[in-house]
Structure formats: C-alpha cells, structure tokens
Design a protein around this ligand. Structure first.
Ligand code: ADP
Length: 433
C-alpha cells in the first residue's frame, strides 16, 4: 500500500493540487448542509469518483445488529441492485472489513488476485473490479463504515494523493453521515410519537363514546330505583349511583380533552360576573371540604367583575383546579379563592396548603396524563387530565394559566382571562357534545 509521496515540484502539479483541495472544501461544505441520507450518500459517491478519477464508488456502513458491513450506496450500472439486495460484507477476511477494523486506507491494484476481494458484489451487479482504493469513514478514533473507489480511469495507478484526497473526503463524509443518521432517527422517533399520540386520541374517542351509552342506562335505572325506594334506598344503591356518577365525570373529562385537542371546542360567549361564578364553585365544594374539615375562604372585589367568556368552560377550569386543591390538601387544610382585576384581565387565584409541587413538574402538570406521583402508587384518584383540560379551556379564551408552589407549603394556581373575551375568534367548529 505504501506509495512514494508525489512532491508537486512542477507548477502544473501544484495547480492541480490546489484545485483538488478547493474542490474538497466546496464538497465538504455541501455535505455538511445535506441532512437527507440518500442524497448525501449519492453526493459522497459522486465526489469520491470525481476527485480520484475512478469508474465507480461504494459506501458500506457498519451494521451493529449484524456486526458486519452493509452496502448502502454505490454508483454505476445496476448499483441500485445493491440497495435492494441488502448485501452484507463480513468484517473478517474481506478488504472492506480490514479497512474498517484497522481504520487505515488500503490500496489493491489487482483485485482479482486478492483472496479478500468479495466478488459476490461484482457478480450481483455485473461489474468488473480491477483495482480498489478504500478508506475508513472515521469520526475521531471510531469507524462507522468504509468508502471505496474502483478502477482508476485512463489506466493509471492510484497515487498517494488519491489516498490523501479520499481520506480527507471520508473524514467530512463520516461526520455528515452520522448527522444525517441522527436526524433520520429523530424524525422516525417523532413520527412514532405522533402515531402513538394519534392512537391515544383515537382510543379516548372510542372509549368515551362506547362507555357513554351503557353508563347512561346504569345511571338512569339507578336513579329510578333510588326515586322509587325514596327514604328506604339502601347504601348499596347509593354506592352504585355514586360510582356511576364518578365514571360519568371521568368520561366527560375524556370527551372535553378530545375537544380541546381537536379544536372542536366551541366558545359560547356571554357576559357574566366572574365573582358569582367563583362563589357558586366555592359553595359547591363546601360539602366535600367540610367532610375533611378543610376551610374554603373566598375574597372578591366589591364591584362586579364582568367578563366576556364561555361560562361553563370557565366553570370547568375553576372546578378542576378547586377539586385538586381539595384532593391534595390534607384534612384541616385551607383553600383560598381570590378574584381580582389586573388591567384588562380578570384573575382567579386558588391557593392551598397542600404538599406543594416540585419545581421540575410545574410546567408538566398541565400536560395530559402527567401526574407528579406515579399513577399506580399514589393515594389520590384521577387520570391526570384535569389541569390539561383547565389549560385548554383558558387558552381557548386567549387566557393564561400558571402555578407557583413550594414543597411543604402549598400551591397557588392562577388563571387570567381577557375581560373583553378572546381578541381573535378561536378555531371553532360546531359544538358537538
Ligand atoms: P389528576 O388530579 O387527575 O391527577 P390533574 O391534571 O388535575 O390530574 O393534575 C395533574 C397532577 O398535578 C396531579 O396528579 C398532581 O400530581 C399535581 N397537582 C395538581 N394540583 C395540585 C395541588 N393543588 N397540589 C399538589 N399537586 C397538585
């Protein structure tokens, strides 16, 4: 393989050398800006044959699972066959394998006389390999594959400059290939994630739809039996009814979540006093709070705080936040609800003396299904949808929602709504329910 270095003593050789280097630079720049793997590999092959003045070129990449090299691209006639046939080249006993293993270039002037030449490929694509120059695709000390150029044109032998030029090209190519592979892997993961997300949405849609009808029947008959029994209704019937009501609220959460996700939620705007709505929510929570000896205090300005909003959706957001405050705050804890006006916004703040939320989770608790404690081990019920629905409802109005919290001290949830309603019409379709 060792060759005498060609000293560019003549001006002509020097010029040729400079123009090759300039070309390498141009090619490297083009390579680093290509992230699509297929076209990147083709660019590398083209550059390799052009710079070394050869008939054909091929690229093999290391396949971790098979622990061998796999043809990923080649130039020339029938080269596409290579990709289709998924040809693997063993590391042991092959020329490419040796280049890969030793991470050193290799020059074979007479391929047919070399037992390591893997001529299965020649046969498959009907090619006659005479000479081979191969270099590793290396990133620092790590090889990711091999690039080979075949058959020097015009019958001349490979020079040491060819080795240098191909090695330089391979160094740039290796980085570009790895980047493109990373981008590919990211895109695949992103696609998979989207598919999973879609699957989850479909599941929610189907499950909530299919559960609604039988649940309606259970609720209907249980209520009828309770009415018939009057004062005689026993606790078992009460338990059936309460469990069915709980199930209905879970299904409603799923339906609401879906409307937020698909943008199907329609706003029915009206003007109302946020103070009244908050007062009603507090009253509704009162009986649950008293069973736990929790206190709810309510502060609001003396003047009406009129807002242009969808009353039932704001109520849903407020109820979800308050239900959490009651759920997570221990017995004897305090929950405070305040309504205020801040410039053009109406703010509702719900403060509790619960366990608090770790700083790392403050953003994430507004994501669907996210719960600070793992679902299976926690003592509180819920599917992790309440806050994502609350956020959806508030953002539909062009509002904001956030939380401040300190572990051991409690949490403060606030939402801010524009008093004049959403500035632009939200993406509204029909209000199907
Ligand atoms: P769920 O209550 O059904 O779990 P949410 O979306 O309403 O779902 O809340 C997500 C998570 O945020 C909860 O599981 C809990 O970990 C945390 N969280 C919400 N509100 C509070 C609160 N007031 N105090 C402590 N943690 C809370």
């Amino acid at each position: 393989m060792a060759k005498d270095t060609l000293a560019p003593t003549h001006t002509g050789e020097l010029r040729a050398s400079i123009s090759r280097l300039t070309r390498i630079l141009e090619i490297s720049q083009a390579l680093t800006s290509t992230l699509e793997l297929e076209s990147l590999l083709q660019q590398i092959l083209q550059a390799a044959t052009e710079l070394t003045e050869t008939e054909a070129a091929s690229i093999m990449l290391y396949d971790k699972r098979a622990s061998d090299l796999r043809f990923v691209a080649a130039t020339g006639r029938n080269s596409q066959e290579l990709g289709r046939q998924n040809i693997h080249v063993p590391i042991e006993g092959s020329i490419a394998g040796t280049i890969f293993k030793t991470r050193q270039p290799m020059l074979i002037e007479q391929a047919d006389a070399d037992p390591r030449h893997y001529n299965q490929v020649d046969e498959k694509i009907d090619f006659d390999t005479r000479s081979i120059l191969g270099v590793p695709l290396r990133i620092k000390e790590r090889a990711i594959g091999v690039v080979e150029v075949l058959n020097k044109l015009k019958g001349t032998a490979f020079s040491s400059e060819d080795i240098q030029v191909l090695s330089t090209l391979a160094a740039h190519a290796a980085v570009a290939i790895e980047n493109a592979q990373l981008v590919n892997a990211l895109q695949r993961a992103y696609k998979k994630l989207n598919e999973l997300d879609q699957l989850k949405s479909d599941f929610i849609a189907i499950a909530s739809h299919e559960l609604r009808t039988p649940l309606g029947l259970i609720l209907g008959y249980a209520s009828m039996l309770k009415d018939e029994a009057g004062d005689q209704a026993d606790e078992k019937l009460e338990a059936v009814l309460n469990s069915a009501l709980r199930l209905r609220s879970l299904i409603e959460d799923m339906v609401n979540l879906r409307y937020v996700q698909t943008g199907e939620a329609a706003l029915e705007l009206s003007q109302f006093d946020l103070r009244d709505l908050a007062q009603i929510c507090c009253d509704e929570c009162e009986s649950l709070a008293s069973t736990r000896e929790q206190s709810i205090t309510y502060n609001a300005p003396s003047e009406p705080l009129l807002i242009q909003a969808d009353r039932s959706k704001v109520a849903l957001a407020l109820t979800n936040i308050m239900t959490n405050a009651l759920k997570f705050t221990p017995n004897n804890g305090r929950i405070q609800v305040s309504i205020n006006k801040h410039e053009n916004e109406a703010w509702a703040t719900i403060t509790d003396t619960g366990p608090g939320i770790p700083a790392k989770d403050l953003e994430r608790i507004f994501e669907q299904f996210y719960q600070v404690e793992p679902h299976m081990t926690r003592k509180h019920g819920g599917m992790g949808l309440g806050l994502s629905i609350a956020r959806g409802m508030i953002e539909l109005h062009g509002g904001r929602i956030w939380v401040e919290s300190e572990i051991g001290q409690g949490s403060r949830f606030t939402f801010a709504l524009p008093v004049d309603g959403p500035s632009s019409t939200p993406n509204v379709k029909d209000d199907k329910s």
